[in-house]
Design a protein around this ligand. Structure first.
Ligand SMILES: *[C@@H]1O[C@H](CO)[C@@H](O)[C@H](O)[C@H]1NC(C)=O
Ligand SMILES: *[C@@H]1O[C@H](CO)[C@@H](O)[C@H](O)[C@H]1NC(C)=O
Length: 168
């Protein structure tokens, strides 16, 4: 697929922007898995930092109403301390609703430094009939059940607008 990738600075909601570590991880880890995003996407990450308790790390996207969108969330932990399963467990919210209560990503991948993605399909409603641009929110927040670290992170986000065949 032909896609372009932007930095997320323009899509961060609010003043709490978290941390953006950049770590060149061993590319061998990536090569063992099918790569669905460029390496740079996996080598950069936005995480919550020390103020994790006070906010949701939130991205805001303009979308068109009455369309389905597929969100593909790319994760690849690059924070060296996070090495084991269940050490970092976090919540994922899509449009203020809980999409995942306990994202424990090392279960979906081979561990820290290995890429994994999650897909969600959402319908963007036009609840007030205004036919205006709708705003879409994606947020992450630590889950208290995390065994060692309270944090949450995201490496990349893809948004696919799905066409609606109105004749069906
Ligand atoms: C995070 O977002 C969820 C869903 O919108 C909300 O219930 C919760 O209060 C938010 N937490 C913080 C700390 O803002
Ligand atoms: C969703 O959350 C955002 C950010 O916390 C808030 O500004 C907005 O009012 C919420 N929207 C709804 C429909 O709850």
């Amino acid at each position: 697929m032909y896609r372009s990738w932007d930095q997320d600075n323009n899509y961060i909601y609010g003043a709490a922007i978290g941390l953006t570590p950049l770590i060149i991880i061993q590319s061998c880890k990536l090569l063992k898995c099918p790569i669905t995003a460029p390496e740079t996407v996996y080598q950069t990450q936005r995480s919550m930092g020390k103020m994790f308790d006070k906010y949701n790390l939130t991205w805001i996207l303009p979308v068109d109403f009455r369309f389905y969108y597929m969100l593909r969330l790319h994760f690849c932990n690059i924070i060296p301390q996070y090495t084991k399963r269940s050490q970092v467990v976090f919540k994922i919210f899509v449009n203020n609703k809980t999409a995942v209560e306990e994202a424990n990503l090392f279960y979906g991948s081979r561990g820290s430094g290995y890429p994994v993605f999650k897909d969600y399909i959402v319908f963007v409603n036009d609840p007030y009939g205004k036919r205006s641009i709708q705003i879409f929110l994606l947020a992450v927040h630590p889950n208290r059940n995390s065994e060692l670290y309270l944090d949450a992170y995201l490496n990349g986000l893809e948004v696919f607008k799905l066409s609606v065949d109105k004749t069906c």
